[in-house]
Structures are given as C-alpha cells and as structure tokens.
Design a protein around this ligand. Structure first.
Ligand SMILES: NC(=O)c1ccc[n+]([C@@H]2O[C@H](COP(=O)([O-])OP(=O)(O)OC[C@H]3O[C@@H](n4cnc5c(N)ncnc54)[C@H](OP(=O)(O)O)[C@@H]3O)[C@@H](O)[C@H]2O)c1
Length: 325
C-alpha cells in the first residue's frame, strides 16, 4: 500500500474502499472478508454514508456493519472513517431525491448523532456534505460542520457533488466564520469523460447536477494543495470489467469518444499485463494533483485486483497516451 495526505494533515491509504453496498447487496460475511483483507493489505481509508444503502436496503446498513466490524476487530483507531449526510431520505422506503433531508444545521446536528451511533464511535474522521443543497443557505451548512469540528466530533470536513465555485464560496464562508474549511471534495471521476452537458443528477433540491470532477476542479486543486479530491465511481460501476455492462448513459458516458478512449485503455492494459480497472486506478494515482480513488468491490477477487493497482507503474509515455486519448 502507499499512503497520501488527506486535507493536509491525515495520512490515509492511497486507495479508499467504498462500503456503500456492505450489509445490503453485499452480504455481511462477504463485506467483512473484504474489509479484513483491505486492512491486511494496509488499507486505512473507508467511505460510507448515513443513507447507504437506501436504494437496495433501508439505509444505515453500511454504517451499522462497519460499526460491528470495528468493534469486533478493535481497530477503530487505525482507520480513517468518512461518512456523509444530506441525502438520506426522510420517508423510509422511498429514496426519491425529493425526500432527501438536505443540509440545514438542524439536519446536520441530528444526522451526526445517527452516524456516530450506527458506527459505534465517538468521532468521525471525515464528514462530508453529500450534496450541494442550494435551498439551504451555504453559511448555515458551513457553520454547522464547523461547530462539529470545533467540538472535536469530526476531524476533517468535506463536500461532495459540488462545483468548484461552490467549494470556494464554502471555504471563504468558513474563513469568515473562523471554522474548519472543507478540505476534501468527493466527486464522480473516472478515466472516461462524460459529455459536457449531460444532466447527471437531481434538480429538486435546487442542485443542477452531480458534476464530474473536471477542469475547474483540477485548476482549484492546483492552487489549493490543502484540498484533496476523492474520486468515486472510479471503476465506472463495473463497466470497464463487465463487458456486458454498457457505459452509464444517464451519466453521459455512452458517446463515441468514450468508446474510443476506452479502446486506448484496453490496449494499454493488454500491453502491461494489467486489467482496465487497474490502469484506471494507477492512472489516478499518477495524477499531478492529489487524487484518491474510491472504489467498490463485491468480492475478494475484485478487491485483490484493485489493490494490485498500487504496484502498477505507468511511465511518462503511457501517461501521455492515456491522457491524450
Ligand atoms: N459521493 C457520492 O455521491 C457517491 C455516489 C456513489 C458512490 N459513492 C462511494 O463510492 C464507492 C464506490 O462506488 P461504486 O461502487 O458505484 O463505484 P465503482 O468503484 O465504480 O464500481 C464498483 C463496482 O464495480 C464492479 N467491479 C469492481 N471491481 C471489479 C472487477 N475486478 N471485476 C468486475 N467488476 C468489478 C463491482 O460491481 P458488481 O458487484 O456488480 O460486480 C463493484 O461493485 C461507494 O461504495 C461509495 O462509498 C459516493
């Protein structure tokens, strides 16, 4: 394993394991085996949310499973646990975005209590605003996250599914309030680019889309080295590996340029004796800006494949070919 600095002060494994399906579509025994293997391999950074996985279960199973697992292994202090609030449904059984809790100060104060209880811990290492909830004043959200950090209930704070201007505004508001600023952003980001105007998410909470990390985010990161990008859906939800699984059209990936770029990825993977998934993860680890790939695995075989990506060296020529495709 290799390690990276998160938000300028926390050392984490350079790969982050996504626990979204743990305890719901990934059964508890398999999830625990994956978690154990990840930690054996030096993994320390695990991602969950208070709403995982409300699309396949009731929501909360992932945090509950992590809580049971950390308790049984006694390993809480060795881990960096990230969780989120804002997109948990307020109507049990109906995960539709019109029911999402949003990011008011009162929601955040109540959501953190639920996450701490399910995780069986007294602190969260990284707490994210899961969405950009534009119907709540941003200063209220930033202030509530800041108070949690000041109280020592959370260490780092971050935001997800946001644009670079909103990230910057949030950080300026935090500076004005004298509270902990967002220092981690979690965005959809993978090797393929979606078509620029693809509508990729919710509008009902006043949020235009779930923006993929793009040029403006990377420009922001280059100027703000204390901010780290965590890239979710790095494996394109399995589309690189399951050849019968089309690129997600609703996310804007099913276009001719994406298929041409995928062809270059496959050629590079063949030449290196690696898999496309491994090349995608290694390509992110070779970025100039700090990017931590966040990936999902539903079996030990999938996990092992991802873990091996940290040993894959991509030389400058290969990086050029991948970048220029
Ligand atoms: N911030 C946000 O809004 C947000 C949104 C979504 C997810 N996330 C986070 O990101 C994490 C990862 O999300 P994700 O699961 O959608 O992303 P992903 O890493 O792009 O996809 C993971 C899926 O790819 C397939 N896969 C992985 N390795 C494989 C292999 N070697 N061979 C074949 N298939 C393989 C598996 O699907 P099968 O099980 O079907 O084989 C696996 O569940 C989540 O757990 C969550 O923590 C965050």
């Amino acid at each position: 394993m290799i390690y990276r600095t998160l938000g300028n002060r926390r050392s984490v494994s350079a790969l982050c394991l996504g626990a979204m399906n743990f305890g719901s579509s990934t059964d508890p025994d398999t999830a625990i085996a994956i978690l154990d293997r990840f930690v054996e391999a030096g993994g320390t950074f695990i991602d969950t949310s208070n709403n995982y996985n409300q699309w396949t279960g009731h929501g909360g199973e992932s945090e509950e499973l992590l809580g049971r697992w950390m308790h049984s292994r006694g390993n809480r202090d060795q881990l960096v646990i990230a969780t989120k609030c804002g997109a948990r449904t307020t109507v049990p059984g109906d995960p539709d975005d019109k029911h999402w809790e949003g990011l008011s100060a009162s929601v955040i104060d109540s959501a953190i209590k639920g996450s701490l209880e399910r995780l069986g811990t007294d602190r969260i290492d990284l707490y994210y605003a899961h969405i950009d909830n534009r119907s709540t004043p941003l200063e209220d959200t930033v202030g509530a996250f800041g108070r949690l950090a000041a109280d020592g209930v959370v260490d780092l704070v971050g935001c997800s599914n946001t644009t670079s201007w909103r990230l910057d505004r949030a950080r300026q508001l935090a500076a004005g309030q004298g509270v902990e600023p967002y220092s981690v952003i979690q965005q959809h980001y993978t090797y393929l680019w979606p078509s620029p105007l693809a509508q990729t998410g919710v509008e009902r909470l006043g949020t235009p889309h779930f923006p993929h990390a793009g040029v403006e985010h990377f420009d922001y990161l280059a100027e703000h080295p204390d901010v780290t990008l965590v890239a979710y859906a790095s494996l394109l939800a399995g589309s690189y590996a399951h050849l019968d699984r089309p690129f997600p059209a609703q996310r804007g990936y099913a276009h001719p340029t994406a298929y041409a770029r995928f062809e270059v990825l496959r050629q590079v993977a063949n030449e290196l004796g690696a898999t496309p998934n491994q090349v995608v993860l290694a390509w992110m680890l070779h970025h100039n800006s700090p990017v931590i790939p966040l990936f999902g695995a539903s079996s030990l075989t999938q996990l092992d494949e991802a873990l091996d990506a940290v040993n894959l060296n991509l030389d400058a020529d290969v990086m050029d070919r991948l970048n220029n495709a």
